[in-house]
Design a binder for this molecule. Structure first.
Ligand SMILES: *Cc1c(COP(=O)(O)O)cnc(C)c1O
Length: 376
């Protein structure tokens, strides 16, 4: 936790959990990406945290933006990004939203099939498109499944179709899975990408860009490599698969840019057990899955939780949220060790919660307000 967040929380007098983001950490993270991957443009994945203050800060630092909807495009524009710094990176778009994005000046779109190409050709004529590839997400704590992308052979067809429809086939993209803890996972994806570049070249289409996606980790309970290591590993793979004809590259970090810039302060509402002498304690907080901690689904993301009693002996606890839904349990299969002295009313700090929290909190399930956020 930074000193700025510590002093902000000392002054806070509200009766609900809140997320505090230190904008200086976001700026440091942005610079770390720029240094680790020089010659690579950063497209911040807006969905990770669309707070206007964060978008403005990143726009001022020179970042581009990966948007998934018209609302996200408008947010990036409002933050001062020119439309040529915004990509409509969702592969699943309504044609009227493509048209609206085109009206707003956006000229870069993701596709992963010919039907989507048809929408872009009609609603955003002449635009650049890149084809999303389906790649292995092993090693990611929050994989993105098979929902997006197509295989390399199909990608070449999709890009050729785009060309025939009057679009500009610009390149390929992939995502190796969010919270990807293995920097080597970009290698296989880059091998597929280089294959698509070759297949397209044989058809007279010269692709220019590889979008390396997101996946860069934030710091949770498990240790993660530094951004520099990711940069080195990716650069080696680029050389290996593309030789001297290196493509233009972009990255789309979300979690890696804002995750560790934020801390949630929450409160212990209840400590209990299920039977007398039961070793497992149940600790209930005033925040849970519906209050913003949705990524604890399947206990995938394991946050670092600090209390003021961390010096005391720790015991196994199931940790849950405050709502009347049994889904609202954060950690139970693998219990979380918390101080035996933890009491009702204690504050807890949940670290690394700057990404994928505020927008995941429900509008008011059980009457609990959405997660409040302060960008300081
Ligand atoms: C969510 C998303 C990202 C950001 O992923 P992180 O793992 O948070 O870095 C990047 N690109 C696309 C297309 C996404 O959907």
């Amino acid at each position: 936790m930074t000193e700025r967040i510590r002093s902000f929380l000392r002054e806070r007098r509200e009766d609900a959990p809140c997320l505090v983001i230190d904008r200086e950490v976001v700026a440091e993270n942005y610079r770390a990406f720029a240094n680790a991957l020089p010659d690579t443009r950063v497209f911040y994945a807006v969905k990770a945290n669309p707070a206007p203050e964060i978008l403005r800060l990143l726009a001022d630092l020179g970042s581009c933006f990966d948007a998934a909807s018209i609302t996200e495009i408008e947010a990036a524009l409002a933050a001062g990004a020119q439309p040529n710094r915004i990509s409509f990176g969702n592969t699943i778009k309504k044609e009227r939203d493509v048209a609206r994005a085109f009206e707003l000046g956006v000229r870069l779109f993701a596709v992963d099939c010919e039907t989507e190409v048809g929408k872009i050709a009609r609603a955003a004529p002449g635009s650049r498109v890149f084809c999303r590839l389906l790649v292995d997400n092993a090693g990611a704590d929050w994989p993105l499944s098979r929902k997006f992308g197509c295989d390399g052979a199909m990608a070449a067809d999709v890009l050729e179709h785009a060309k025939r429809q009057g679009l500009e086939p610009h390149g390929v993209s992939f995502h190796v899975g969010s919270q990807q803890r293995d920097p080597k996972m970009w290698d296989a994806a880059l091998a597929i990408s280089a294959g698509v570049f070759r297949a397209c070249a044989e058809r007279g289409i010269n692709l220019a860009m590889v979008n390396l996606g997101g996946g860069f980790p934030a710091k949770y309970v498990k240790k993660v490599p530094s951004v520099r290591l990711y940069g080195d590993s990716i650069f080696r793979s680029l050389k290996k698969h593309f030789g001297n004809a290196l493509p233009e590259t972009v990255i789309e970090p979300g979690r890696g840019l804002v995750g560790d810039a934020g801390i949630i302060e929450a409160e212990v509402v209840l400590v209990s057990s299920k039977s007398k002498g039961d070793a497992l304690r149940w600790v209930y907080l005033d925040i849970g899955k519906f209050g913003g901690l949705a990524e604890t689904a399947d206990e995938a993301i394991r946050y670092v939780i600090r209390t003021e009693r961390d010096g005391d002996r720790k015991v196994a606890c199931a940790l849950a949220g405050p709502t009347c839904d049994s889904l609202d349990v954060l950690y139970e299969k693998e219990p979380y060790f918390l101080p035996i002295s933890l009491e009702v009313g204690d504050k807890v700090l949940i670290e690394g919660t700057g990404a994928y929290t505020t927008t995941y909190s429900s509008v008011g399930f059980n009457g609990f307000a959405p997660l409040k956020q302060y960008v300081i």
